[in-house]
Ligand binder design. Structure first.
Ligand code: PRP
Ligand code: URA
Length: 204
């Protein structure tokens, strides 16, 4: 996995973790980190050469070789979406709805709506939390079952247990996180983490 380490990301992450931050501050910091992470997460996207005409002459330019599809895992993944689409302005968006059972910690799938071009696209799965890894791994299964072959996963905070579980089920999918935290607690929450990402982002 890759930890996207940058002073601005570290500073914003502090606002996200803090219980003193308001919903607005949490949203704003999450949005900033998503924008900043986009550069590292897409660093190896392939481009093709295109011709472009400047006011002076024709020259060589570049375009993405394949369409890009962003797939946030509902609900909390929505918090990262706008930061990515502000940079990847032409990306299509699909949604996968998963909810973790509070006792078993197993994800339950309740929604899946993906764009038709998912089979040919570069797909970026996004969710702030990689805790046990069950939600992200199930979402990746759904994407592969839909025909996606070029996948990467971006999250805000990962637990070592989640990274190991995800990489075991999907060794072909690169994982990016803004922080790798210490561990999971007895409720499968990330420590130190930020608490419940969906509740904090949606103010619920
Ligand atoms: C959170 C989070 C991830 C999942 C991570 O979602 O956004 O999707 O938990 O946990 P895991 O790695 O152990 O599967 P949650 O199920 O709480 O749903 P929500 O986003 O609707 O609040
Ligand atoms: N889901 C969250 O929102 N937070 C965690 O720490 C773990 C799962």
């Amino acid at each position: 996995m890759t930890v996207v380490d940058h002073p601005i990301i570290r500073e914003r992450l502090t606002h996200i973790r803090s219980t003193d931050s308001s919903t607005a501050e949490f949203r704003h910091a999450l949005h900033d980190i998503a924008r900043l992470m986009t550069f590292e997460v897409t660093k190896d996207l392939e481009t093709i050469t295109v011709e472009v005409e400047t006011p002076l002459k024709k020259t060589e330019g570049h375009a993405f070789e394949r369409p890009i599809v962003l797939v946030p895992i509902l609900r909390a993944g929505v918090g990262l979406l706008n930061g990515f689409t502000e940079i990847l302005t032409e990306a299509s968006v699909g949604y996968i709805g998963l909810s973790r059972n509070e006792e078993t910690h197993q994800p339950h799938s309740y929604y899946c709506k993906l764009p038709a071009n998912i089979t040919e696209a570069e797909v970026i799965l996004i969710d702030p939390m990689l805790a046990t890894g069950g939600s992200a791994a199930d979402a990746a299964d759904e994407l592969k079952n839909a025909g996606a072959t070029r996948l990467r996963f971006a999250c805000l905070i990962a637990a070592p247990e989640g990274v190991a579980a995800f990489e075991e089920r999907h060794p072909d999918i690169p994982v990016f996180a803004a922080a790798l935290d210490e561990r999971l607690d007895e409720n499968a929450y990330i420590v130190p983490g930020l608490g419940d990402a969906g509740d904090r982002y949606f103010g619920t």
